[in-house]
Write a protein that binds this ligand. Structure first.
Ligand code: UT7
Length: 346
């Protein structure tokens, strides 16, 4: 009895934007961005692309893999994915950049467009920890509902549209992308032998102002006649979030290891949320974790928030880095503030 990962997928927009491309538009440089964050590029969606569009692509790739198809023929992928989508009972979509404010959820749009006609669907908002929260939410729903067998968990973000392009402190940090995983329940509940073994979820709402999209909600709605210059964008106190992130990452890894009665040597891969390579390095050094155990892809994608961990899992899965039986530790932190992590046996 377990909650196993039977498919992964990812999608990023085709437009890759280098640090030099940004430096041509704003007052920054490749040298500053790389040395302060480890970021070399990011992907930006076209104007017409919304969160659900990337989520659907990632979901189809994950569903097709779950159905046994890993080829690159789009028509075959679509038909395998559509067939498998009907077997999905739950869709959880983690995002801070939903298609619409409030309703409908982006998960419902995905549910319709992939043809998951038997699935419940909902979004969750847990910032960059969204996928970590999403896995546990999906696993809980699978465990609690005897009749439910499969879940689709997605992290998807279009952060480039929610960024203040006049604020160099934030706009260089974020990218667009989506990642997805299909979970399958075998038996009645978790058996600690494979799949999702353990999750820690935490929040510290006292830090809510250090990473915030201030406008548009019921606290501060746009008013008729108001001129909207920049729209809704992310404001961040970088130093505060940095300090929180190093502590949250360190304590989550320590607690997961302790509560699962394992040590660092038992772990095949640590898959961290990637907001800044220096955050990951600081936690890694504190915990004496070898660099080669930590999967990094921030250089290519920048910070894709809730999409970061599932994009990384899919890259690792498809490139053969993940072997059956590997012990994986994910760890995330972000807006809310939230943090947490999962232990997974692949
Ligand atoms: O996933 C969500 C969670 N988010 C995070 O975890 C982000 C956490 N925070 C960070 O990663 C870092 O704090 C930042 C990358 C945001 C900033 O790095 P930093 O090393 O803490 O830089 P700083 O804030 O100390 O700024 C240093 C200088 C400033 O100039 P002055 O005032 O010293 O002259 C900034 O104006 O760097 C300047 N600066 C830039 N310069 C060139 C800030 N952004 C840029 C930029 N290009 N893009």
């Amino acid at each position: 009895m377990a909650i196993n990962f039977i498919g992964t997928g990812r999608a990023v927009p085709s437009k890759k934007v280098s640090n030099d491309d940004l430096a041509a538009r704003i007052d920054t440089s490749d040298e500053w961005i790389r040395s302060h964050t480890g970021i070399g590029s990011r992907y930006h969606a076209d104007e017409s692309v919304a969160c659900s569009d990337l989520a659907i692509e990632a979901a189809k790739n994950a569903l097709a893999m779950a159905a046994g198809y890993t080829g690159d023929d789009p028509a075959q992928r679509d038909s395998k994915a559509a067939e498998f989508a009907e077997t999905i009972d739950v869709i959880i979509l983690a995002t801070a950049t939903a298609d619409f404010f409030g309703t409908p959820s982006t998960a419902c749009i995905v549910q319709d467009k992939i043809g998951a006609k038997n699935a419940a669907a909902m979004d969750i908002t847990a910032g960059c920890t969204g996928f970590v929260y999403g896995l546990e939410t999906a696993a809980g729903l699978l465990c609690v509902g005897k009749e439910r067998k499969r879940a689709l968990v997605i992290g998807s973000e279009i952060l480039s549209k929610m960024t203040n392009w006049e604020d160099r402190n934030t706009c260089v940090l974020f990218g667009d992308g989506a990642g997805a995983a299909v979970l399958e329940k075998t038996g009645e509940c978790c058996d600690n032998k494979s799949g999702l073994i353990k999750t820690l979820l935490y929040a510290d709402g006292s830090g809510r102002d250090s990473l915030v999209m201030r406008r548009g909600g019921s606290r501060s709605p746009y008013k008729k006649g108001e001129t909207v210059d920049l729209g809704i964008w992310i404001e961040m106190n970088g130093q505060e979030v940095y300090n929180f992130a190093v502590g949250a990452m360190t304590s989550t890894i320590e607690q997961l290891i302790k509560e699962c009665n394992i040590n660092i040597d038992d772990i095949s891969w640590i898959v961290p949320h990637q907001a800044n390579a220096r955050i990951v390095k600081a936690a890694r050094i504190r915990l004496k974790i070898p660099a080669e155990k930590v999967y990094m892809n921030i250089e290519e994608y920048a910070n894709t928030s809730a999409a970061t961990i599932p994009i990384a899992l899919d890259e690792m899965n498809r490139s053969g880095k993940l072997k059956k039986g590997d012990l994986i530790l994910t760890v995330g932190f972000g807006g809310g503030l939230t943090y947490g992590g999962n232990i997974i046996i692949w």
